[in-house]
Design a protein around this ligand. Structure first.
Ligand code: TXA
Ligand code: MG
Length: 324
């Protein structure tokens, strides 16, 4: 099907209250009309996502925010000017008409303008902003190709708008702008350094509270079935000699260990390329029925911060169990 036809069909489905997986520069999203609570409820159901976990609303123009949020503090405005369309999500005080289901009852709403021409045109043609959690079952890795979506959710959604592989590969950077000033809720596609070059210091201390502000903040999230261990290579290899182990390497690895499979994120050591390959590489390793995956740690600068955040959450409790 031609892209134009696929977009028209997707828009029609959205207008009728259906669900369409849509491409963005970060990961694929599970789209529905943000103002149709029934459609939004189906998104939660398909994803198996707890309803206390709020959704991001995707818009096609910065002006679309007028319908969604009360006021936009100037640091948020400056960031939107600089990074929209792009992998930046802002959390602002919401207007009453934004359904509570979308925001899980919070007085705030997360909004972003994605950078993918097909999705921007889908939002325009549908005539409504779209909720869009990553199009994966809750807790699993985000999809970066239409194929990833098809494999996991294909039979439960109405359409998959195929826009090719995602360029950025990790989810958007989420910043909140409430009374206490800008705070990083999730590192992502816009590096913190670039955010700070526009608005100055951002609070990066995690928010302590009963329910996570972003479940990307849960200790185990973005998780494959196979346990992931970050570094500790020598210890793991000597303890588990007879196991089937895969390696997720940043650059070309020099190793004599008989790994079952090695995935290299970026031969030339480019962080952007590594981020774009991250989830697909973990998915390929996860499909091999390995006993475990060793992931190389990378420097936590630029996109490295988002990559390490996802790796740590993907490794979660296994790492903790083995620590002692
Ligand atoms: O790159 C992305 O952001 C992708 C693409 C599809 O746009 N979307 C995405 O959505 O990652 P999701 O639902 O998988 O993650 C959104 C995160 C969740 O962790 C959620 O808790 C947080 O945003 N969030 C949503 N609304 C919020 C709010 N009002 N306050 C704080 N966190 C919020
Ligand atoms: Mg997600």
């Amino acid at each position: 099907m031609k892209n134009g036809d696929a977009i028209r069909q997707s828009a029609e489905i959205i207008r009728r209250g259906g669900i369409v997986a849509f491409p963005t520069e970060t990961v694929y999203g599970l789209g529905a009309n943000a103002f149709n609570s029934l459609a939004v409820a189906r998104v939660f159901e398909v994803k198996g996502r707890p309803s206390f976990d709020p959704l991001i609303i995707h818009v096609a123009h910065p002006e679309d925010l007028e319908r969604l949020v009360k006021e936009i503090p100037s640091p948020a405005k400056n960031l939107m000017k600089r990074f929209w369309p792009g992998p930046l999500t802002v959390v602002l005080n919401k207007k009453e008409e934004v359904p509570d289901l979308v925001t899980a009852g919070l007085p705030t709403v997360a909004v972003r303008m994605p950078k993918h021409p097909m999705t921007l045109s889908l939002i325009d043609q549908a005539g409504c902003p779209l909720v869009g959690p990553s199009a994966n079952p809750f807790g699993y890795l985000s999809p970066t190709t239409a194929e990833h979506v098809r494999n996991q959710l294909g039979d439960q959604i109405d359409f998959i708008l195929d826009g090719g592989p995602c360029e950025v590969g990790v989810e958007s950077t989420i910043l909140s702008f409430l009374e206490e000033g800008p705070r990083l809720l999730r590192p992502g596609g816009v590096p913190l350094e670039e955010v700070e070059s526009v608005i100055g210091k951002v609070d990066v201390t995690p928010v302590e509270q009963k329910r996570p502000l972003a479940p990307g903040m849960l200790p185990r999230h973005y998780a494959p079935r196979t346990p992931i261990i970050i570094d500790q290579r020598d210890k793991i290899l000597s303890t588990y000699r007879d196991k089937k182990i895969g390696l997720l390497a940043f650059q070309d690895p020099t190793t004599s260990f008989p790994f079952q499979h090695i995935e290299v994120l970026s031969k030339k050591g480019d962080m952007k390329e590594a981020a774009a390959n991250l989830f697909a590489a973990i998915r390929r390793l996860d499909a091999l029925n390995l006993d475990m995956i060793i992931a190389e740690a990378i420097p936590e600068v630029g996109l490295g911060r988002a990559i390490m955040d996802r790796l740590c959450r993907a490794s979660g409790p296994f790492l903790n169990e083995r620590k002692n």
